[in-house]
Design a protein around this ligand. Structure first.
Ligand code: ASP
Ligand code: MG
Length: 323
């Protein structure tokens, strides 16, 4: 939400930091909308045959969040427990890849993440240092399969909110539109040609419906076609100046390729030894999946001025609130 018109001002940050504003009208509608969104999405996923798995939060390994053009991590927390170093979860991507290969072939996880974003991101209106992803992973799936899953989740959650919370939306002055499906698919290369390096900021101001953007160079676990240089990954962008609400990909599963990419990115090979071992033994299944930012989606639904408005205890980068 890096919109000129929605610039996050000091007054809003001040309001968000006050314990007393937990129960304000806008915040109460946001919690109710969050409830309807989660219920709708979970019901759809169960209906589609997904297994419901619970998250982990401390692990020897997590998403490196590197290299990623969208990432700006200031610090990667590590702590020692039982004599071992563990990290706080940045995303469950490594765990999802192992689980989809050895366990259920189709599952979702409501997964809390800690990402210590640079403090200036507190004013973007779109970043949090603790947030929750609705993660999925599907064995042997393609990106189109994942597109269809999240198009259904997004459109039916919006329908549910509009039906069940019509009065509340009116009270806070939110006009929520229904979206048509399938969503349009655009390529990052075309967007760069059209809007330049700033495409991620400009795109959400130009669109009226959500769009998929594919082929974004980033972490080793997303599938990259070494022949064409095209990445089989994607982000979902929301309109009205909001922006990226989901990241996902078809995944790498070949040992040599994964190892080459981990080294290319300057990562520690030992952090990914479970993935690499499975890949070497031919047990790492091809899969595709994604994670949707639950707070971001809910913020869009209620027309929030800052994504932290949907959190009872706001996690705004750079600001530690009393609770
Ligand atoms: N959840 C994402 C994925 O499935 C990774 C991320 O958190 O950026 O690829
Ligand atoms: Mg990512």
């Amino acid at each position: 939400m890096v919109l000129e018109t929605k610039k996050v001002d000091e007054e809003l940050l001040e309001e968000l930091s006050k314990v007393e504003s937990i129960g304000s009208k806008r915040r109460m509608v946001a919690y109710r909308a969050g409830t309807v969104v989660l219920r709708s999405m979970v019901e759809d996923l169960l209906d589609m045959g997904f297994e419901w798995m619970l998250p982990v939060m401390l692990s020897r390994t997590t998403d490196p969040l590197w290299p990623d053009p969208g990432a700006s991590i200031e610090y990667r927390p590590e702590l020692e427990i039982y004599g071992a170093r563990v990290r706080t979860m940045q995303s469950m991507i490594v765990h999802k890849r192992v689980l989809v290969s050895l366990g259920p072939s189709k599952f979702f996880i409501i997964s809390p993440n800690i990402r210590i974003e640079k403090r200036e991101r507190g004013r973007s209106g779109w970043h949090l240092y603790e947030f929750t992803q609705l993660e999925t992973e599907i064995a042997h799936a393609t990106m189109k399969d994942v597109f269809r899953v999240y198009e259904r989740l997004v459109t039916s959650a919006i329908r549910a909110v509009k039906t069940e919370l019509a009065q509340e939306l009116r009270e806070i002055g939110r006009e929520l539109r229904d979206f048509g499906t399938p969503f349009e698919v655009l390529s990052r290369r075309d967007l760069e040609r059209k809007y330049g390096a700033e495409w991620e900021r400009v795109l959400p101001l130009q669109i009226r419906e959500p769009v998929w953007v594919t082929d974004i160079p980033r972490e080793f676990y997303d599938y990259e076609d070494f022949g064409s240089g095209i990445w089989h990954n994607y982000d979902l962008f929301l309109p009205e100046g909001y922006g990226e609400v989901l990241s996902g990909a078809e995944r790498e599963y070949e040992y040599e390729k994964m190892l080459a990419k981990i080294k290319r990115d300057g990562l520690r090979v030992e952090d990914y030894e479970v993935l690499l071992k499975l890949a070497k033994e031919g047990k790492l299944k091809p899969s595709a999946g994604a994670g949707l930012g639950v707070e971001r989606f809910t913020a869009y639904v209620v027309g929030a001025r800052h994504v932290a408005e949907v959190q009872p205890f706001p996690r705004v980068p750079g600001f530690i609130s009393p609770l």
